[in-house]
Design a protein around this ligand. Structure first.
Ligand code: FAD
Ligand code: NAI
Length: 471
């Protein structure tokens, strides 16, 4: 008899949500986590601390950058960075403790240490060896192993992360001072979110990007509009540029770059450099070789519904293919445990939203216009600018727009893309509509509260059939 029905390796959003669902389904479950705290990248060094700093820095900028004064609130703010960092750490601590409580509540054993798969299954039972901090090892026998080991920053050849002057996202979440200048390598989600944090706290931010655009994969019209907004905010962009090296001293970094297309090299100087050129699956020390699993660039590949090629071994979250997002990991975790329990787990990969929590936010779901054009799909577009949304207008948040894409024949919503105030929260209504197979007319004829920014989504949906009323 195995001790466990499921042993999950990794305590991030994939692992801990999976453990909760497995517990609910009555599966005897253990979760193995090596970093000493549950919550994974997301809670410890990702989603949550970054959002804590985005919120705090947004408040600071509103107070210092004239936004409060415009509303008739005159204050002279002083940055207390240690307190800003302390409140971030307190929130993170509370969240990770909360996850630990949820493990107990769902009767999940939390085993601290690094787990490794130990050889092939025998008579349907596999082994996970957990090495604790003190070096002691525990063997867990289980009918199912779920790999949820997440991801790590992709290194940039020629540039050594010292997490002092040249930092990755983890370093950028804990800088000891507000830099006067920051170079961000990579115009992706991390670069633009954490670049925004330090920009608001006083840094001159230059973003160096290999491609000739920001946010590859995001709807081009939205990405271009967002770049204009960021430029207005003071961001500098060096697109189509290749970093060739970086040298750090105690006080500064010199970064050399050259145009991708060839041309003169250039040297930039800044207090700090943040390297954020993507993340890669993490499988170090996992013992995959003992069961014959060979990961590729996308990680451990599932051949059918989270099943690896080895019976009894499953994989979810950042360590497998698909977008590296916490909610994608969570949804896969739920579906995977339901399948292990003999139920019908399912994730709709066409409807995984993505949000960039800058100001304004960027939110996207479904197909982009670029996707539809490339696939030759006949579609209609409805658009609505926040300039014409009354709530955005009274709040002085008029940058951006909403775009709804619908099938030209059936009117079924194929995607929605927005840049604007709070669009990250509001995109959820389009996700629900899409999940129900909704048409743009369904959103257009749904009564929305007034005055809300959500009306911009309704007006954009009305625009698909050409009856936008307020612009
Ligand atoms: P992880 O969260 O990476 O968890 C894996 C865990 O496994 C880790 O704790 C690791 O220590 C542990 N582990 C690894 N190997 C072993 C082993 N052998 N034994 C034991 N434990 C092991 N996503 C969003 O959706 N929204 C956001 O706002 C967002 N913001 C982000 C901001 C930043 C700065 C970063 C870096 C990421 C952000 N992400 C965000 C991405 C998000 O963090 C990941 O998609 C998510 O954490 C993936 O969950 P996971 O469970 O697959 O892996
Ligand atoms: P990313 O994939 O979003 O962006 C990386 C950027 O770096 C791209 O624009 C890419 O073209 C560029 N790049 C690649 N190589 C380069 C090079 N050598 N020089 C210059 N530019 C280069 O990756 P990022 O920002 O590191 O984030 C990693 C993951 O974390 C993402 O997949 C994202 O989904 C997740 N994340 C999600 C957040 C959210 O949902 N709000 C927030 C932060 C991270």
């Amino acid at each position: 008899m195995a001790q466990y029905d499921v042993v999950i390796i990794g305590g991030g959003p994939g692992g801990y949500n999976g453990a909760i669902r497995a517990g609910q389904l009555g599966l005897k479950t253990a979760i193995v986590e090596g970093r000493g705290k549950l919550g994974g990248t997301c809670l410890n060094v990702g989603c949550m601390p970054s959002k804590a700093l985005l919120h705090a820095s947004e408040m600071f900028e509103a107070a210092s950058g004239g936004e409060f004064a415009k509303l008739g609130i005159e204050v002279k703010p002083k940055l207390n960075l240690p307190q800003m960092m302390a409140q971030k750490a307190e929130s993170v601590e509370a969240l990770t403790k909360g996850v630990e409580f949820l493990m107990k509540k769902n009767k999940v054993d939390y085993i601290k240490g690094w787990g490794r798969i130990d050889g092939p299954f025998s008579q349907g039972i596999g082994k996970v060896v957990v090495k604790a901090e003190d070096g002691s090892e525990t063997v867990l026998e289980t009918r199912n192993i779920v790999i949820a080991t997440g991801s790590e920053p992709t290194p940039l050849p020629g540039v050594t992360i010292d997490n002092k002057r040249i930092v990755d996202s983890t370093g950028a979440l804990s800088l000891p001072e507000a830099p006067k200048s920051l170079i961000v390598v990579g115009a992706g989600v991390i670069g633009l979110e954490l670049g925004s944090v330090w920009k608001r706290l006083g840094a001159e931010v230059t973003v160096v990007e290999f491609l000739d655009r920001i946010l590859p994969g995001t709807d081009t019209e939205v990405a271009n509009a967002f770049q204009k907004i960021l430029t207005k905010q003071g961001f500098k962009f060096k697109l189509a540029s290749k970093v060739t090296g970086a040298t750090a001293t105690d006080k500064q970094v010199q970064l050399t770059l050259e145009p991708v297309a060839g041309g003169d090299a250039e040297t930039l100087q800044a207090d700090y450099v943040l390297v954020a050129i993507g993340r890669r699956p993490y499988t170090q020390g996992l013992g995959l070789e003992t069961v014959g699993i060979v990961p590729d660039k996308r990680g451990v590949i599932a051949n059918d519904h989270y099943k690896t090629g080895v019976d009894g071994i499953w994989v979810i979250g950042d360590v497998t293919s698909g977008p590296m997002l916490a909610h994608k990991a969570e949804d896969e975790a739920v579906a995977c445990m339901e399948l292990i329990a003999g139920k019908a787990g399912h994730v709709n990969y066409d409807i995984i939203p993505g949000v960039i929590y800058t100001k304004p936010e960027v939110a996207t779901v479904g197909k982009t216009e670029d996707d539809l054009k490339a696939a030759g799909v006949a579609y209609k577009v409805g658009k609505f600018p926040f300039l014409a949304n009354s709530r955005a207008k009274i709040n002085h948040e008029t940058d951006g727009f909403v775009k709804v894409l619908a099938d030209a024949k059936t009117d079924r919503i194929l995607g929605a893309h927005a840049v604007g105030p709070n669009v990250g929260d509001m995109i959820a209504e389009i996700c629900v509509a899409m999940e129900f197979g909704g048409a743009s007319e369904d959103v257009a004829r749904t009564c929305h509260p007034h005055p809300t920014r959500a009306e911009a989504f309704r007006q954009a949906a009305m625009g698909v059939e050409g009856w936008t009323m307020q612009a």
